[in-house]
Design a protein around this ligand. Structure first.
Ligand SMILES: O=C(O)CCC(=O)C(=O)O
Ligand SMILES: [Fe+2]
Length: 211
């Protein structure tokens, strides 16, 4: 096994689960700006939209995807779909995001989805598991851009103790191993702290192996 070329900081989780690793400041300002530029091209081809939860409420986060599959939700439930709701193909995963995946998850298969989450001032994301993928031996890699956020992490079951970490622009979080199915979400955005994004707010990318 090649192993990652960088160490990262293991996050202590309730229950002692291992597998959440934070790489603080992995992307410097130049790399962050280059990735944002690549994302402009993604959203030009696959515009952001606010999907409906299975309970019929619009999500507070706008999203789109790149890659072979895109994550989607409506009243029929959470799933991956082959094309943008407009019918347009999902654009390729940005090179800058693929490079992050190779650094922090060199032994994993190639990512098949890059979900793009766009958080405005009041946006949050409730505690959930990422479990719409077929192979839970593969990690999820999350890249944060723009305003800082409070990321909350719980356990494998709903309702247990949680811990939180602050994610800053350029931070990369790996969710894998025994912790692959931990509950997690975003409590709040510290709006206006970063000048990376023209309109403020936060972008989070999550790279996933879907099949
Ligand atoms: O925005 C984040 O940091 C987390 C996003 C997330 O959990 C997801 O898209 O499934
Ligand atoms: Fe998630």
């Amino acid at each position: 096994m090649a192993g990652s070329d960088i160490a990262g900081e293991p996050i202590a989780l309730p229950g002692g689960l291992a597998g959440v690793v934070l790489h603080r400041g992995l992307l410097d300002r130049t790399a962050q700006a280059a990735l944002v530029e690549e994302l402009r091209q993604v959203v030009a081809r696959a515009p952001l939209f606010a999907p409906l939860t299975p309970w019929g409420k619009p999500m507070k986060v706008r999203m789109t995807s790149a890659g072979r599959f895109g994550w989607y939700t409506d009243r029929k439930g959470y799933r991956y779909i082959d094309a943008h709701p407009s019918g347009a193909p999902w654009p390729p995963i940005p090179q800058g995001a693929r490079a992050v995946w190779r650094r922090v998850a060199p032994d994993a298969r190639a990512p098949e989805c890059c979900l793009v989450n766009r958080y405005g001032e009041a946006a949050r994301m409730g505690l959930h598991q990422d479990r719409d993928e077929a192979d839970f031996s593969q990690p999820v890699v999350s890249i944060s851009l723009g305003d800082p956020a409070t990321f909350r992490i719980g356990g494998l079951q709903r309702g247990g103790p949680t811990t939180s970490v602050r994610l800053e622009s350029g931070d990369v979080l790996v969710i894998g191993g025994a912790a692959r199915l931990v509950h997690h979400g975003i409590d709040r955005i510290f709006f206006g702290r970063s000048d990376l994004l023209t309109d403020g707010g936060r972008i989070n990318l999550t790279l996933r192996v879907v099949t």
